[in-house]
Design a protein around this ligand. Sequence first.
Ligand code: NAD
Length: 354
Amino acid sequence: GRLQSFSFESRAQRVLFGHGCLAKVADELARMGASKALVLCTPPQRAQAERVADLLGASAAGIFDGAVMHVPIESARAAREAAARLGADAAVAIGGGSTVGLGKAIALESGLPILAIPTTYAGSEMTPIYGLTENGLKRTGKDPRVLPRTVIYDPALTLGLPVGLSVVSGINAIAHAAEGLYAVDGNPVCDLMAVEGIAALGRALPGIHANPADTQARRDALYGAWLCGTVLGSVGMALHHKLCHTLGGSFNLPHAETHTIVLPHVLAYNAAAAAGAMQRIAAALNAASAPQAVHALALANGAPVGLKQIGMREQDLDRACGLALQNAYANPRPVEAQALRQLLQDAFDGVAPR
Ligand code: NAD
């Protein structure tokens, strides 16, 4: 059906990919027309940020190491102030979705260009979507100014990403591609990226689990994350992303783990209504069933499969269900209260998808 008529928007970004390509960061900053960059990171990634600042030399304005998950407004304000005080003309974000998200919070207000150096598989660097958390409420929005201008994918920077986080982050990326394959505004070009991205992560994650220093597997995973992130930034997401946003925002669950646990159950929920997408996901994972294949990928590589394992409380499932039903959004199968409550129960218990 998608070949009949569709729209496809390409986004203006420059991407460098390859082992060791971080070495080009100073050239890339200059190419963006910037000469005074504020380097952003989380506290544990301070050493990587210092390496970037060293490589930038006189073009580094300073380091702000206060990136936090879900971008609390306080950290966004502090980073914006640091950028203004130091006279920064760009933000260089080295880290995962939280650090790229902090760069986006600066760009949203100031219009400063972002150079992103992703070190997880979350994919935020390929999207114009931002998130900010204020008074315990996470709001998201879309603004072309927050899309990073340049992205440097250097798999060498991911060698130290712990195995557990690597696996759940990789399945987080698969979720973007999976929902892209049944997006109402999907298109055949994004479908190609989605299938290729899922396949790359499907072969990479067992390799990383077996040996976190496997450079080929690290390359495949980051390549897959790039493709899946592009899908996330290009087409509309559905039940899975809505549910994970609700669970993460209202119950403070960790982002990538939540995605990993919920995905097989949402795929099972949508299986009959999106049979074509399921076939493509399953084929990309060399399996017969998409929901079972994702569940097996998580289990085989040591990821959590139940919300009860990551701090969700059973007595909150009703409220989570109510919150997820609040706003209508596109999904292949209509979202019904009773079926959704069962989905949440299954995800909580960590049973195999039905
Ligand atoms: P994260 O950025 O919070 O990183 C998790 C932890 O891993 C951090 O402590 C980080 O410093 C550490 N880490 C990252 N890379 C590392 C490496 N290579 N070696 C060692 N430690 C490393 O986690 P995430 O899953 O990447 O991002 C989650 C956040 O991003 C959520 O808030 C989510 O909402 C957001 N997100 C936004 C978008 C978007 O399009 N706007 C897309 C995906 C995710």
